[in-house]
Design a protein around this ligand. Structure first.
Ligand SMILES: [Zn+2]
Length: 127
């Protein structure tokens, strides 16, 4: 029986963002592992709601993490200096909140949290 706790993160492909998000989720939610679903600029993709193929692919991966690993939290992250979504911080923050709303519409039955990763690669909850 798997008693380890998992969280789920929708994060950028950017290698600078992976460890900060994993460490933040492990600390804040007392999880052992983070299932990482990556896409360039996922805050843009989910907030714009244009690329339904990519969005459905992300959703399918999230659902596997929730169903098979019993994750109770989904994080969506945006970050400073994003090659896939080169917009200013204010736009990122709006997109992250919009992406949180979009994921909540999936009715997954778990908490959804938005994260901003700043120029020092520190993670902050977006509210
Ligand atoms: Zn990025």
């Amino acid at each position: 029986m798997n008693t380890k706790k998992f969280a789920t993160a929708i994060n950028c492909i950017d290698g600078r963002t992976q460890i900060p998000v994993i460490e933040w989720l492990k600390k804040e939610y007392k999880v052992d592992y983070v299932d990482m679903i990556t896409e360039p600029g996922p805050d843009k993709v989910l907030s714009e709601d244009r690329d339904s193929f990519t969005i459905q692919a992300i959703r399918r991966k999230v659902e596997i993490s929730l169903n098979k690993h019993n994750s109770k939290i989904v994080a969506i992250a945006g970050h400073h200096d994003c090659a896939g979504n080169p917009v200013n911080k204010e736009t990122h923050l709006k997109q992250i909140l919009s992406a949180v709303g979009a994921i909540k519409m999936w009715n997954l039955g778990v908490d959804v949290v938005g994260l901003w990763i700043n120029e020092n690669w520190e993670v902050h909850k977006v509210e």
